[in-house]
Structure formats: structure tokens, C-alpha cells
Design a protein around this ligand. Structure first.
Ligand SMILES: *Cc1c(COP(=O)(O)O)cnc(C)c1O
Length: 415
């Protein structure tokens, strides 16, 4: 490709050659997940009238209600919420925490500190107004052991008071390994073995459709995520979801709307088709993103950077961490990625503070849907080890161009 230097072009070809077998595996997973999705659409007779506009209370909005049955089936869950009334993944996750937990209960985070915005929701580091801890819910986190869950300490720390364990599947802004479905299955079964009524709650952000099952199919009681990540397929304009055991999802719905009303209201305002279409596309789009992540891992490894996961490691989320070692490199990477975005390509990313985040964050995201990270985007807090977290791509081709664009801005790349 003429727009990049001969050196980068050569590395592109080498990386593509090396990852070919991995790409085929990713396509297989996408086919299984597409079949699963189609089966759920067929079972619930998805049809055109479900895309109609609803208004007001939207009682009996058949489009909204059917979509939630479809998503519950895909996830092997008893009940689901899958809707635009969730403003974000954090909102969906918070509705589960506040819906289910009561003063005096204890929440444990299994994999060290949770995602930055969840720390504010919990009041993990300081009791912030309105946080879980402000409501009298106690909280502990089990520090990571060698960058993974310290299972023995986790199991030993569960007491009568422990109502819920939060299991974050994806790595968040950290270099720990994400939790594979097999890990989640083992964790849930070990937790249940010591306290059968302890609720296993999975933060499933970035994990949907990366493997062929979801956490609620391997022992999780409830999970939540964002529709501007994987399950929205890049088409959902906003939203979040919760899925799991019926009584727990019901409790979360009381927090989303109001006790007694729950999931029975919430107008689609015409977004139903976009949610259905996005969900239908999601297995394919997630596969594009995962392919892009694998390409980035190989490409940056060839450039001499540490990447996580490495190219041959198994994947359970769409995130690719690249350790760039300096804040300047992080900003340059994001600048290059932004230049190769379809929207706002002329905008120059600068690090800044963000609601819910403690450190300054630099982000590249020239996306059609604001903040969408199933579209190609990169971000990272400006703190050691100065890693950027690259995720998403609506097409593999775009991922390849974005990665080359990001690399071409790195200071000294041609030396
Ligand atoms: C994205 C994400 C969230 C929620 O973030 P929102 O920006 O509110 O959607 C929570 N946990 C993890 C691990 C995430 O990746």
C-alpha cells in the first residue's frame, strides 16, 4: 500500500502470513455464533412489525420484549434486559449491583481492582457519594497473584456475609490475562462449592461472541455489558444489557426503572431495528475485531513491542494491549489511529480527565457512534506501563490500516 513506508508494508505482509491459521479459527467461532443467533431469531419469529416505533410507557412493546427473549436464549439465560434505556455498560453493571445488594451485604471483586468506572460505582478507593459503600455495602478485592486470579485467597475470603462475587472477564486497563470461559466456569463452581447461594456476577464487557459460549452458560448467575461494544454489532446507537437468573434480572430492572415497574416499560423510540440488526451482525463484527487484535499483536511484536495477549494466546475478549513504554508513544499511536478513522480523522487526540476515571486518559475513536469501542478505537490511562488498549473494528481491512497508521506516527519508527 503506497501510503505506508516500505518497511511497514513489509511487516504487514509478514504479519498477515503468520496469522493466517488464527484467522480461520476466528471465522469458525463466528459461524457457530451466527448459527446460535439465527436459531434464536427463528425460535422467536422475529419479524418486521417488531421494528415499529413505540412511545410513552411502551407497555407491550413486542419488539423490545422479543429482543430480550432472543438475547436470553443466545446466552442460555432465564431472562434478559437488552435495551437503549441503559446509557452505558457501567449503568447496566451498576443496576445489577444496586438492584441485588442490600446494606450489610459484602461484595468481593475476584480479579483485583475492577474497571475504572466500576471503582467509582463501588466506592472502592474512597466512599464516593451514592456509591455502593455509601449505601452500607462492604467491599473487598482479592489482589492478583502473578497477574491472574488468586483462587485460593478468593475462596478462603468468602464468608456468610459475601452476597456476590464480581468477576471481570476482560482485562480492563491492566495487563492481566482476561478470564477465559473455562476459568469463569471453574471460579463459579468453586465459589458455589463453599457458598451455594453466593451470586456470581460477570462483567462481560468486550467478551460477547469471542468464544462460543457466554458466562451464563457456564455457571454465572448474572452478567451485564454494553451495546456499544460487542453485542451491538457496531449498529446499536446506545444501550446495555443484563442477563441471567430471572429473579436477579428482575431486581436489576427495578433499579433501571422503578420497583414494581421493572422491564415492562421503556419506549424504543424507533431503535428496535438497529438493536436487532446489530445483534445479528455482532458475531461477524466481533470476529473482525478479534482478527484485527491478532494482527496488531503480530505487527507490534515484529516492531519489537511487548503485546498482550501475544499472537498465539487464546482469546476471550477483543482487547489488544500494546506496551508502548512512554506517554509520547501512547499519544502518537492514538494520533495515527485517529487519522485512519472514518469520522473525525482531522481531530488530534490529547490526554485529558474523564468522568469516572482517576488518571488522564488518551483516546482515539473516530467512530460513527460516540464512544463506541466495537468500532476501532484505542485508549489508555497515562500511567506506567504506558500501554494502549486497542479494540474493535467493523472490518478487518480497517483494522489493518489503522494499525499501520498508528505505527507510522511512532517517533523514530524508521530508525
Ligand atoms: C467498557 C467496560 C465497562 C463499562 O464501561 P462503559 O464505558 O460504561 O460502557 C465496564 N467494565 C469493563 C471491563 C469494560 O470494558
Amino acid at each position: 500500500m503506497m501510503q505506508f513506508t516500505t518497511k511497514l508494508e513489509k511487516i504487514r505482509r509478514e504479519a498477515l502470513m503468520a496469522i493466517r491459521p488464527r484467522l480461520e479459527t476466528i471465522e469458525e467461532i463466528s459461524t457457530v455464533n451466527t448459527a446460535k443467533t439465527l436459531a434464536a431469531f427463528r425460535k422467536h419469529r422475529v419479524s418486521g412489525h417488531m421494528f415499529n416505533f413505540s412511545t410513552g410507557y411502551a407497555y407491550d412493546d413486542v419488539g423490545r420484549d422479543t429482543l430480550e427473549l432472543v438475547w436470553a436464549d443466545i446466552c442460555g439465560a432465564e431472562k434478559a434486559l437488552f435495551r437503549t434505556q441503559f446509557c452505558s455498560g457501567t449503568h447496566a453493571l451498576a443496576s445489577v449491583l444496586f438492584g441485588v445488594l442490600r446494606p450489610g451485604d459484602e461484595l468481593i471483586s475476584a480479579a483485583g481492582a475492577p474497571y475504572d468506572t466500576m471503582q467509582s460505582v463501588i466506592g472502592a478507593n474512597r466512599i464516593t457519594p451514592g456509591s455502593l459503600r455509601d449505601w452500607g455495602i462492604s467491599y473487598r478485592e482479592i489482589p492478583l497473584l502473578d497477574e491472574s486470579v488468586d483462587e485460593e485467597s478468593l475462596i478462603a475470603s468468602i464468608t456468610e456475609q459475601t452476597k456476590m462475587v464480581l468477576i471481570q472477564r476482560s482485562r480492563g486497563y491492566s495487563l492481566r490475562a482476561p478470564l477465559m470461559l473455562a476459568d469463569i466456569e471453574r471460579l463459579c463452581s468453586r465459589i458455589k462449592a463453599v457458598k451455594p447461594d453466593c451470586i456470581c456476577f460477570v462483567d462481560n464487557c468486550y467478551g460477547e461472541f469471542v468464544e462460543t459460549k457466554e458466562p451464563t452458560q457456564v455457571g454465572a448467575d448474572i452478567m451485564a455489558g454494553s451495546l456499544i461494544k460487542n453485542p451491538g454489532g457496531g449498529i446499536a446507537p446506545t444501550g446495555g444489557y443484563v442477563a441471567g437468573r430471572a429473579h436477579l434480572v428482575e431486581l436489576a430492572s427495578y433499579r433501571l426503572t422503578a420497583p414494581g415497574i421493572g422491564s415492562e416499560v421503556g419506549s424504543s423510540l424507533g431503535a428496535s431495528r438497529l438493536l436487532y440488526q446489530g445483534l445479528f451482525m455482532a458475531p461477524h463484527v466481533v470476529a473482525q475485531a478479534v482478527k484485527g487484535a491478532v494482527f496488531a499483536a503480530k505487527f507490534f511484536a515484529l516492531l519489537g513491542y511487548e503485546t498482550s495477549p501475544q499472537v498465539d494466546e487464546a482469546r476471550t475478549d477483543i482487547i489488544q494491549a500494546i506496551k508502548l513504554n512512554t506517554p509520547d508513544n501512547m499519544v502518537a499511536f492514538c494520533r495515527g489511529l485517529q487519522k485512519h478513522s472514518p469520522v473525525d480523522s482531522h481531530v488530534r487526540p490529547v490526554p485529558s480527565g474523564m468522568p469516572g476515571y482517576d488518571d488522564a486518559v488518551v483516546m482515539a475513536g473516530g467512530t460513527f457512534v460516540q464512544g463506541s469501542s466495537i468500532e476501532m478505537s484505542a485508549d489508555g490511562p497515562l500511567r506506567p506501563p504506558y500501554a494502549v488498549y486497542l479494540q474493535g473494528a467493523l472490518s478487518f481491512e480497517h483494522a489493518v490500516l489503522g494499525v499501520l497508521g498508528a505505527a507510522s506516527e511512532l517517533p523514530g519508527i524508521e530508525d
